[in-house]
Design a protein around this ligand. Structure first.
Ligand SMILES: Cc1cc2nc3c(=O)[nH]c(=O)nc-3n(C[C@H](O)[C@H](O)[C@H](O)COP(=O)(O)OP(=O)(O)OC[C@H]3O[C@@H](n4cnc5c(N)ncnc54)[C@H](O)[C@@H]3O)c2cc1C
Ligand SMILES: *[C@@H]1O[C@H](CO)[C@@H](O)[C@H](O)[C@H]1NC(C)=O
Ligand SMILES: *[C@@H]1O[C@H](CO)[C@@H](O)[C@H](O)[C@H]1NC(C)=O
Ligand SMILES: *[C@@H]1O[C@H](CO)[C@@H](O)[C@H](O)[C@H]1NC(C)=O
Ligand SMILES: *[C@@H]1O[C@H](CO)[C@@H](O)[C@H](O)[C@H]1NC(C)=O
Ligand SMILES: *[C@@H]1O[C@H](CO)[C@@H](O)[C@H](O)[C@H]1NC(C)=O
Length: 529
């Protein structure tokens, strides 16, 4: 990298007056890029000597585990200002044998969108972040670089009774989120994000722009849940908006072990998937310290109901009276405000907060894992599980109920296979603020131990996992190695179950030489098509 620094300086200063004759793959890549893309490409390239290189790199680096000074850095970041920059990056990286990492919101739980062990270029999609809402048609075109917060904001700008089923965290990017399925508190009513995508524009391995018609139904199926970074670069999605009531009802009820959390959580497991599909109740499990009780578990039931509080209370009074939810604990608000409430913003926060982008690189490291539960965890299991969490102090869990629409859609409708038969999805989150390898190993060990501890309570053969909570511990292909289909099968069966085979067939057809790849991408069947 160092040797080309002066060249790069010239490159940005004089963009198109090349006279250099050096020919490393990276330099040839830069030449090629200037030739292939629109003239504004010179403003889109950040090499490590650029004063803004690190701020651009860290702007969408959401896990401190991968932003340490020792983490591998890209040869360059191309911030796509124009669709031609995406086409140029693909064509030129491919012709020069360089690996690319595609990044939209940068929330990949294992950092795959901005870290690689082989020389690589980050294709950063955040500048392509427009949201074009057509209320008359009930649709929107959402560019890959938009965040969920931006999407929600722009829908609400045009209508108080439209919404979109997607994640709770407003800074997550549409590019990666929809590629992996995308779930949130509307999933029992409307399914996943991918269940509501009706068209897409993407750049294929030859640099061509395809839409649903030109890519064909097989590839359109694959990109709706088969994971980002395997089939091409998504430029934008066309989504179908869903309808919500002018006011929705939200609540948060907190109970510690001493308040009877165990019986409530047990009961929740029995009824959460059977509740009316307009009700969604997530359960969060946290360790808290209280002066009277010492260390204990606090369980938070956080609810969303598409309608008024009285109607919800009478439904819950029938199916979950043990929660003893009071009218005074229910708050009615427009759906858009509820997105802020669900992300823990204080009541009254202006909805412009949805447009915020994190300004500083985050100092928190985390490790995520996931599980699917098909039988209620017995009360004895809840007890030992919480004892483990209390001891660890660093693990928390979120339980998200299925049922409703999630159980009506067949397991092969999209690559996302976790439909009927599941009670809930567990997200495990272990996070820490300390720097260094020792701390990292300590917390990764806790995370792994807890995952092992949970195995009797969760799905098996395969132990299913949710792609958007990417976890490299369930199988990984090293990027410098020939892709091993058996290894891919090990994580592929967990993320996709039987849909993995169809994903491999699509991949073999659209990217047989495996240009779009990372540690958990879908492999083509080399020479075995
Ligand atoms: C704080 C936090 C909260 C979350 N909450 C939820 C939630 O509520 N619901 C849920 O379902 N998930 C949730 N997730 C998981 C999240 O959906 C995934 O991490 C998702 O992949 C993030 O998308 P991104 O664009 O932000 O990430 P990125 O890191 O940019 O991308 C993720 C993956 O997709 C690929 N990719 C990105 N853009 C494109 C593109 N344009 N074309 C092709 N491939 C692309 C990347 O190469 C990478 O492999 C959360 C994650 C975090 C960290
Ligand atoms: C630029 O593109 C043209 C046409 O696509 C091609 O003929 C030429 O060789 C390219 N030049 C470089 C330096 O890549
Ligand atoms: C809840 O149900 C009980 C018994 O069915 C009834 O007496 C009570 O009035 C109900 N409360 C509400 C708020 O609907
Ligand atoms: C919802 O958000 C709007 C816009 O920020 C605000 O004016 C309104 O008071 C909020 N309503 C509630 C009930 O939170
Ligand atoms: C975690 O560390 C302990 C103590 O070093 C070790 O015995 C255990 O096997 C580790 N667990 C995992 C899952 O790595
Ligand atoms: C590459 O693949 C071979 C054979 O599958 C395996 O033995 C080796 O460990 C792999 N190397 C890396 C770095 O993953």
């Amino acid at each position: 990298m160092r040797s080309i620094t002066p060249f790069l300086f010239l490159f940005s200063a004089l963009s198109f007056l090349f006279s250099a004759t050096s020919d490393s793959p990276f330099e040839t890549f830069l030449h090629c890029l200037s030739n292939q893309s629109s003239p504004s490409i010179s403003k889109a390239i950040y090499t490590p000597n650029h004063p803004s290189f690190f701020s651009i790199l860290h702007m969408h680096t959401h896990n401190h585990r991968f932003s340490a000074p020792t983490a591998p850095k890209p040869l360059a970041i191309v911030t796509a200002l124009d669709e031609s920059h995406v086409q140029g990056t693909v064509v030129c990286a491919k012709s020069n044998g360089l690996e690319i990492r595609i990044r939209s919101g940068g929330h990949d739980c294992e950092g795959l969108s901005y870290v690689s062990d082989v020389p690589f270029v980050v294709l950063d999609m955040f500048p392509l972040g427009s949201v074009d809402v057509d209320i008359a048609e009930g649709t929107a075109w959402v560019q890959a670089g938009s965040t969920l917060g931006q999407l929600y904001y722009h829908i609400a700008e045009k209508s108080g009774v439209h919404a979109f089923p997607a994640g709770v965290c407003p800074t997550v990017g549409a590019g990666g989120h929809f590629s992996g399925g995308g779930y949130g508190n509307l999933m029992r009513k409307y399914g996943l994000s991918v269940d509501n995508i009706i068209d897409a524009k993407m750049v294929d391995v030859n640099g061509n722009i395809l839409d649903r018609k030109t890519m064909g139904e097989d590839q359109f199926w694959a990109i709706r849940g088969g994971g980002g970074g395997s089939f091409g670069v998504v430029l934008s999605w066309k989504i179908k908006l869903v309808s919500v009531t002018p006011k929705v009802t939200v609540f948060k009820v907190r109970k510690t072990l001493e308040d009877g959390a165990r019986d409530l959580v047990y009961k929740w497991q029995l009824i959460a998937t059977k509740l009316h599909e307009d009700i969604f109740i997530r359960v969060m499990h946290d360790v808290v310290h209280s002066s009277q009780k010492g260390k204990t578990i606090e369980v938070t039931f956080i609810g969303l109901f598409l309608g008024k509080s009285d109607e919800m209370l009478s439904l819950l009074n029938e199916s979950f009276p043990e929660l003893e939810l009071k009218k005074s604990e229910c708050i009615e608000m427009p759906w858009i405000n509820s997105t802020l409430y669900w992300y823990n913003y204080p009541i009254g926060t202006p909805i412009e907060a949805l447009l915020d982008v994190p300004k500083e690189p985050l100092s928190q490291s985390f490790k995520t894992m996931s599980d699917y539960v098909k039988r209620p965890v017995p009360k004895s299991g809840l007890k030992s599980m919480w004892e483990f969490i209390i001891k660890s102090e660093s693990v928390r869990m979120e339980w998200n109920p299925y049922g409703g629409k999630m159980h009506e859609i067949s397991a092969s409708e999209t690559p996302f296979p976790h439909r009927a038969g599941n009670l809930f999805l567990i997200e495990y989150l272990t996070s820490w603020g300390e720097d260094g390898v020792e701390a990292k190993n300590h917390y990764l060990n806790i995370s792994k131990s807890f995952y092992e501890f949970m195995s009797p309570f969760v799905s098996h053969s395969p132990r299913e996992a949710f792609l958007n909570y990417r976890d490299l511990d369930i199988g990984v292909n090293h990027p410098s190695n020939v892709t091993n289909v058996d290894i891919a099968q090990s994580f592929g069966s967990k993320y996709f179950k039987n849909n993995f085979k169809r994903l491999v067939r699509v991949k073999s057809r659209v990217d047989p030489h495996n240009f779009f790849r990372h540690e958990q991408s879908i492999p083509p069947l080399f020479g075995n098509l």
